[in-house]
Design a protein. Structure first.
Length: 234
């Protein structure tokens, strides 16, 4: 953790110097106040990330789970490839679902474009309870090229790290492989029980680029709109 003294966020905002055509004094005053808050938010995000990285070792992975991938059966250990860290996104598309979750699908569409970059540092896989043929059909229909999809056919991984009741719900888990030991590192634990009044359950930082973009607009996320699997003739 850095020990270098930081300038106050207000001082940094005041020395910013950015101006746009025809902006009013009231706009600039409010924008500089907001900029100071954004600087503090950036610092808070980094403080939380440092605290996350400093977590003590998590629980050992109880078994070498089995999955079905595009090329057949694969073990949990093999999902790491040549990396020491594995991130697993559990996708809401159980065997009883007629369609995959639109929210998960939106997130995965964005991650498909990022996965080649992510995989320079860690292994990244998507897991769902549906048979692999269904998952690959979605991958083809959505035009994904890079995401690695796996079916948790027997549900052992899902019951241990997503839902003990095998509920169709999303999850994001990170695991490590150090000195031959497989351990759970971190999982997103925010949900309905941790949601603030008037807001949908969400994590922090939010994993969906969609919401990050909309949070920068006057319309915001809205309270009555969610991604769809298709829009009109698009």
């Amino acid at each position: 953790m850095s020990t270098t003294p930081l300038k106050s966020a207000i001082d940094l905002a005041n020395q910013n110097g950015v101006r746009f055509p025809n902006e009013s004094g009231a706009y600039r005053e409010a924008r500089d106040a907001l900029l100071a808050e954004e600087i503090e938010l950036r610092r808070q995000i980094e403080r939380v990330a440092e605290q996350r990285r400093a977590l003590p070792p998590g629980g050992s992975v109880p078994k070498d789970y089995r999955f079905i991938g595009e090329n057949g059966p694969v073990s949990f250990n093999a999902l790491f490839g040549d990396k020491q860290t594995l991130a697993v996104y559990s996708y809401m598309y159980g065997p009883q679902g007629e369609q995959p979750c639109p929210m998960c699908t939106s997130l995965m569409a964005a991650w498909d474009g990022e996965s080649l970059d992510v995989e320079q540092r860690i292994a990244l896989v998507m897991v769902a309870r549906s048979p692999i043929a269904r998952l690959l059909a979605v991958k083809k229909a959505r035009g994904w090229h890079h995401l690695k999809l796996y079916s948790d056919v027997d549900g052992d991984f899902t019951r241990d790290y997503v839902s003990a009741d095998d509920a169709d719900m999303p999850a994001f888990n990170v695991f490590t492989r150090r000195d031959g030991s497989l351990r759970h590192f971190w999982s997103g634990e925010m949900g309905g029980s941790t949601a603030d009044p008037g807001q949908d359950p969400r994590g922090a930082p939010d994993l969906m680029p969609l919401w990050t973009i909309l949070d920068c607009t006057p319309e915001g996320r809205g309270a009555d709109w969610y991604p769809k699997l298709a829009y009109g003739n698009g």
